[in-house]
Design a protein around this ligand. Structure first.
Ligand SMILES: NC(=O)c1ccc[n+]([C@@H]2O[C@H](COP(=O)([O-])OP(=O)(O)OC[C@H]3O[C@@H](n4cnc5c(N)ncnc54)[C@H](OP(=O)(O)O)[C@@H]3O)[C@@H](O)[C@H]2O)c1
Length: 322
């Protein structure tokens, strides 16, 4: 089968499209003919050897797929022919393995691209909104990087939870997309004073900040929170991990929390089961569907990753494999 291979750590342009052996499902696994793979920011870090987890090259990058089951390992409760989506390793390939117990059956009215693009970003955003920050109807939620993958998922889900969304991003085009998805207020944080605008636009009542960006944006966003508000750190797409003066937390009795998708289910098993079930209902009912901002063929995976690395993402970037 054809697969994108990272032979040594480096930029997207070092990736090669190669012929590799087809994977064989172990017990409990299914083999999927990949129709669509979705790109996530960490894919760029993985191939550069800069992610928290390091996969020794050579490896096939990519973590999210949707496709059709073509073989099932012993004991896998999903049969060939079914349409599934899920997270795995080796997504940027014509075939990939999934743990059957982790696979989501794709509802009839959802296409492969929506299903592939749903998993990582919507779970990240929902765990953070629902369980970490316990967002309630009417709460003001400030989302940084709001037109990106995690950001736009957070906008969609906060709107579905009837929260009030202030979307912060770096261009008029990105903010327009956030407004179309239901954000009530927007701030261009490269041209406006983020702290001041959060306070003005929310009437000094921002209860939650969701931050997948880090860098220079975190501190002003935290300063914009209302007394007793919560700052949730999710990632550092800006490339730097900010340092926050603790007196800011003390003076306004703030909460600062993190949420990590890889450890959430083991740290909070009951919440993870509940949140996954609620998310699946939101997806199946069509209440939330990811916005696909760009599509690339498998042969142009490097360009897809470059698109993400250069801050051009609107919603999700996907790779059309078949
Ligand atoms: N905690 C978790 O479990 C978890 C799960 C998934 C992802 N993450 C992390 O969340 C972050 C966002 O992931 P994503 O998939 O949503 O990424 P994405 O789609 O690329 O969005 C990232 C956003 O960050 C902003 N940004 C600011 N400076 C940037 C820069 N120098 N390069 C690229 N983007 C920049 C961009 O918005 P503006 O241009 O509007 O600033 C962009 O839309 C990543 O750090 C990722 O590792 C964490």
């Amino acid at each position: 089968m054809r697969a994108v291979v990272c032979r040594s750590y480096g930029p997207p342009e070092n990736l090669v499209l190669d012929d590799v052996p087809e994977p064989v499902p172990a017990p409990g696994q299914i083999l999927v003919r990949v129709h669509t793979a979705a790109v996530n920011f960490p894919d760029v870090l993985f191939i550069e050897g800069k992610y928290q987890i390091k996969i020794p090259p050579p490896f096939i990058p990519g973590n999210e797929i949707a496709g059709e089951v073509i073989a099932a390992g012993e004991g896998a409760a999903i049969s060939p022919g079914q349409r599934v989506a899920g997270t795995t390793f080796g997504a940027f390939a014509e075939q990939a393995l999934l743990d059957a117990s982790q696979a989501m059956l794709i509802p009839d009215d959802a296409d492969f691209a929506s299903a592939a693009a749903f998993g990582v970003t919507y779970r990240t955003a929902y765990y953070a909104l629902r369980s970490t920050a316990a967002v309630a109807e009417g709460d003001w939620v400030v989302v940084l990087g709001a037109a990106g993958g995690v950001g736009l998922a957070a906008v969609d889900l906060a709107v579905a939870m009837k929260a009030r969304v202030l979307a912060a991003a770096s261009s008029p085009e990105k903010l327009e997309l956030c407004r179309r998805r239901g954000a009530e207020a927007t701030v261009d944080y490269d041209r406006e004073d983020l702290k001041t605008r959060i306070r003005e636009l929310t009437g000094d009542s921002a209860r939650v900040v969701l931050d997948p960006v880090g860098g220079q944006y975190s501190e002003p966003a935290l300063r914009g929170l209302a007394r007793g508000g919560m700052f949730v750190t999710l990632g550092y797409a800006a490339g730097t991990i900010p340092t926050i003066p603790l007196n800011l937390v003390l003076l306004k009795d703030l909460y600062v929390r993190g949420m990590e998708i890889r450890t959430f289910a083991s740290d909070y098993p009951d919440e993870a089961v509940r949140d996954d079930a609620e998310l699946a209902r939101l997806f199946a009912g069509g209440t939330v569907r990811p916005y696909i901002g760009a599509r690339f063929p498998l042969s142009e995976t490097a360009a897809a990753l470059r698109h993400v690395a250069e801050r051009k993402v609107l919603g999700k970037v996907v790779i059309d494999v078949a």
